[in-house]
Design a protein around this ligand. Structure first.
Ligand code: ADP
Ligand code: AMP
Length: 215
């Protein structure tokens, strides 16, 4: 399945829960790119500035990474894509790739959250500097202030969760990614979810919607 929605809609939060529930990998293209940046690989050095500014990275690079990841063994029984596709070009390329490897999508879940709430969610988001787990300074606090519950590493703010990058990312979402929702609206795959409210209720709602998804 694909999870789609604006930055800060809760895709990573929900994908982690759904991945545990269905025992399939959560594939976040943002996490994959941030790992490249952290490890200062050639790809990381190439994309670092675009990530920090909130701009999309080149399609060809992203498609290569996604294809490589989807062909790994753990994705054989299914996968949750978070952050991909982000443009109609990527959606069409994904469609061709999945046809080629004979793994059709079962559902595309759109998380709907108004822009004002996005700004609140992103400005207060903090992530573990080691494992990447996400917290929120008001809605989802760590047990010990400033440190991750899992590995006690310090929490940090993402470079692209600063005010100017948040504005850019929202613009990029409306201009380049919303047309992907229209693309899937023309198929039977799209499920719309109003993603305000508590995290477990939203997960349950998604699971209920997926019960009706075609295999
Ligand atoms: P995305 O992956 O779509 O960018 P995240 O899952 O990282 O979004 O969520 C963005 C921020 O909002 C995080 O700080 C997260 O803890 C918080 N958050 C996620 N879901 C909810 C929710 N239902 N209500 C309030 N805050 C939420
Ligand atoms: P995310 O973690 O999904 O918010 O993504 C963080 C950043 O990674 C985005 O702002 C883009 O710079 C880059 N990125 C992630 N996924 C894609 C994608 N599918 N296409 C292009 N850029 C992406």
């Amino acid at each position: 399945m694909v999870l789609i929605g604006p930055p800060g809609a809760g895709k990573g939060t929900q994908a982690a829960r759904l991945a545990a529930h269905y025992r399939i990998p959560h594939i976040s293209t943002g996490d994959m790119l941030r790992m490249e940046v952290r490890q200062e690989t050639p790809i990381g050095l190439q994309v670092r500035d675009r990530l920090a500014a909130g701009l999309l990275v080149p399609d060809a690079l992203m498609l290569g990474m996604v294809e490589h990841r989807l062909l790994q063994k753990d994705a054989k029984q299914g996968f949750i894509l978070d952050g991909f596709p982000r443009s109609p070009y990527q959606a069409e390329a994904l469609q061709r790739l999945l046809e080629r490897i004979q793994r059709p999508l079962m559902a595309v879940v759109q998380l709907i959250v108004p822009d004002q709430e996005i700004v609140v969610r992103l400005s207060y988001r903090r992530c573990c500097s080691l494992c990447g787990k996400t917290y929120h300074l008001m809605y989802n606090q760590p047990q010990r202030e400033g440190y991750c519950d899992i590995d006690q590493a310090p929490l940090v703010q993402r470079d692209d969760d600063r005010e100017d990058a948040i504005r850019t990312r929202l613009q990029v979402y409306h201009q380049q990614t919303e047309p992907v929702v229209d693309y899937y609206r023309r198929t039977p795959l799209l499920r719309e979810v109003h993603a305000l409210g508590d995290v477990p209720s939203i997960s349950l709602h998604i699971q209920n919607l997926l019960k009706g998804a075609a295999a």
